[in-house]
Design a protein around this ligand. Sequence first.
Ligand code: ADP
Ligand code: 5GP
Length: 187
Amino acid sequence: MNKVIIFCAPSGSGKTTIVKHLLKKDDRLMFSVSACTRAMRQGEENGKDYYFLSRDEFALKVRNGEFLEYEEVYGGNFYGTLKSEIERIWAMGKVVLFDVDVVGGLNIKNYYGDQALAVFVKPPDVATLEMRLRHRSTETEETLRIRVDKAVHELSYESKFEKTLLNDKLELALTKAEQLVNEFIAR
Ligand code: ADP
Ligand code: 5GP
């Protein structure tokens, strides 16, 4: 059976860190590269971290029905999962790994049902999440505030997920993430 694994969390919870670790450890998995309209960050690569699109290019793909789901995640910036990405990964016999926001993750889970595992990555508390975002040094004071405010709201979605992964001590969280993946693939 073709499978997908979705890691969802408020920004700053550590899902990108966890997903990158899993991709390095487990070659059964392949990352679903989303499309987005935000500016590329230092160190990011087009086609690897995201397909970086202009607003017009993104809108055209929406009109053409190329997205499984898409959302305006942060003020003015669109993010979405391309159907072609999932087909590409399944054609290689791999399990698709997603790093998406909470609403997008639930939409993907609803769509794939038992073929999907949806994991909510939870920070110890909001203060820790804010500190991690500050240390990441990718945000201005304004975008940081927007992300933290959204995080507070998103933390209330935890109960909608079948699994929660607490990301307090990173090593423990990484081991737990590996276990969740192994159990789901074996099921
Ligand atoms: P997300 O993808 O959920 O926005 P990131 O993976 O980018 O989160 O993590 C946010 C920041 O917190 C990064 O700088 C990352 O290195 C750091 N981080 C992730 N997990 C932990 C942890 N368990 N303890 C301390 N710092 C962490
Ligand atoms: P960032 O700008 O930090 O890379 O991502 C912002 C948020 O958008 C994160 O919560 C990330 O998981 C989410 N995101 C990334 N790709 C997608 C996607 O394809 N769909 C949805 N719904 N959210 C996404």
